[in-house]
Design a protein around this ligand. Structure first.
Ligand code: ADP
Ligand code: MG
Length: 243
């Protein structure tokens, strides 16, 4: 585990509010949230259903607009970008891992891992590809299609795909939500290693206290605000913070 966080925020939310709807049906999903996410750290976001976790995740990854405030990814204020610029930044600087894996069924594992770079017309760094594949234990699986892989293996392919562009940050929304406990451990261990060994930054939404215990830092969200910001918390301490 990292003991001292780096001081460089890879993502910065400053006075971010998000209101859905209008009039009587208005919902305030995020209420003046300011938080920095640091480079080289694994941060988990927890909180009850409806507390604003997904909204925060979508906003910090440039997938949703905000009502007020600013969001920086590295040195870029993404709230000032045009759609085309935002699309490019998302593609180049953010790696996504979803609960449902989102692999292309007709492509084998290798083609899935390389697809985003190919779509972007970018050269594949062979050494980085080999390092990721061996680090994630996928050497023997590269010619398998998703249907020939277990859920855990599919999510490993999705993590490899997210790592290929050396993104500034990997965002994962409930990445273990569809996995059994063995595969969950495997995928969480990989995200941990991506931070420790490949110097990546990870932000993960999870319901699961055990999953959050892999993180360096845990943010607890309630009613659209961050109510706890914990480091090195035990599962018991996390459970207490969630009550
Ligand atoms: P969580 O991921 O923690 O369960 P969300 O961020 O999905 O919470 O939702 C936060 C609040 O915003 C909830 O009250 C939810 O109903 C509301 N909300 C989320 N998305 C929308 C939407 N597209 N339209 C209207 N309300 C929404
Ligand atoms: Mg959610």
């Amino acid at each position: 585990m990292n003991t001292s966080p780096s001081t460089t925020p890879v993502v910065r939310l400053s006075h971010v509010s998000k209101i859905y709807g209008s009039g009587d049906t208005q919902v305030s999903a995020l209420n003046n949230v300011s938080v920095d996410f640091y480079s080289g750290e694994f941060t988990a976001i927890m909180g009850p259903s409806g507390s604003g976790k997904s909204t925060m995740m979508h906003i910090l990854a440039g997938l949703d607009s905000l009502t007020s405030g600013t969001v920086f990814i590295e040195n870029t204020d993404i709230t000032a970008l045009k759609d085309s610029q935002l699309t490019k930044l998302r593609r180049d600087r953010i790696g996504f891992v979803f609960q449902s894996f989102n692999l292309i069924p007709t492509l084998d594992a290798q083609a899935n891992i390389l697809l985003p770079l190919e779509l972007a017309g970018q050269k594949v760094d062979e050494d980085w590809f080999k390092l990721i594949v061996s680090s994630l234990g996928l050497e023997q699986r590269l010619s398998h299609r998703p249907s020939e892989l277990s859920g855990g293996q599919q999510q490993r392919v999705a993590v490899a795909r997210a790592l290929m562009s050396r993104p500034a940050v990997i965002v994962a929304d409930e990445p273990t939500g569809n996995l059994d406990s063995h595969s969950s451990k495997e995928v969480l261990g990989l995200l941990r290693r991506a931070v420790n060994e490949l110097d990546q930054s990870v932000i993960m939404v999870t319901h699961d206290v055990h999953a959050a215990s892999y993180a360096d830092r845990v943010l607890v969200v309630r009613d659209g605000a961050i109510v706890s910001d914990l480091r090195g918390a035990s599962e018991d301490e996390l459970n207490a913070a969630l009550r």
